[in-house]
Design a protein around this ligand. Structure first.
Ligand code: ADP
Length: 196
């Protein structure tokens, strides 16, 4: 069976970096909900217009918009495997995902939580400002909102995946290479367990 990996963690915890490395090594599609929403906003689509203010304030976009933004991810999961980055961000979204995947006979293989401190978040966001120029990185109040939203709404998601023995906590303070090495060990174990 193709793998379905969920990566989550605080803003700037390294989700996209690790997801891109997984895409490159295993050929699974990288699906970033943040990137998808930013593209929808830029394109001037209806969904983008609805999401714009919410994203710019660092709050969670409602699930109906998230569902519309997802597109054919379940089919992609089935055909190539997929790495979700920034989705699901709360239990309701995890349930939506489980249902979508069940319809194509797949399921979440593992959820990787990248753990970093608040100071690291601040430092990394400051240093990526000049590179990516994301509007939600510019204002420290918005960054603070994103951290709070993560702690209040997203962190409880751990329990959901922990109860299914699918949660893996990783030290996001380590180097990109060290974290990726650990992730690859987890992935190899998944393959051993499922023998495919
Ligand atoms: P980061 O994790 O660095 O904050 P992302 O690019 O993952 O950045 O997300 C940027 C913003 O997009 C979030 O602050 C939120 O407003 C919106 N967003 C992304 N994913 C979701 C989601 N699954 N549910 C609701 N809103 C989301």
């Amino acid at each position: 069976m193709k793998k379905v990996i969920v990566i989550y963690g605080l803003p700037a915890s390294g989700k996209s970096t690790q997801a891109k490395l997984l895409e490159k090594k295993y050929g699974w599609q990288h699906f970033s909900m943040g990137e998808k929403l930013r593209a929808l906003i830029k394109s001037g689509s209806d969904i983008g217009a609805k999401a714009k203010d919410i994203v710019e304030n660092g709050l969670l976009v409602p699930d109906d918009i998230i569902l519309a933004a997802l597109g054919p991810v379940a089919e992609q999961a089935q055909s190539t495997g997929i790495v979700f980055d920034g989705f699901p961000r709360k239990q309701e979204q995890a349930q939506i995902l489980d249902k979508l995947l069940a319809d194509t006979g797949t399921k979440v293989s593992a959820c990787l939580l990248l753990e970093v401190s608040g100071e690291t978040v601040q430092k990394r966001i400051n240093s990526r400002l000049s590179v990516e120029a994301r509007s939600d990185d510019q204002d420290s109040a918005v960054v603070k909102n994103r951290v709070e939203v993560f702690e209040q709404e997203s962190l409880p998601l751990c329990a959901y995946y922990e109860a299914q023995n699918k949660l893996y906590r990783l030290d996001g303070e380590k180097s990109v290479e060290e974290i990726f090495e650990k992730i690859c060990e987890i992935v190899e174990n998944l393959y051993e367990k499922s023998r495919d």
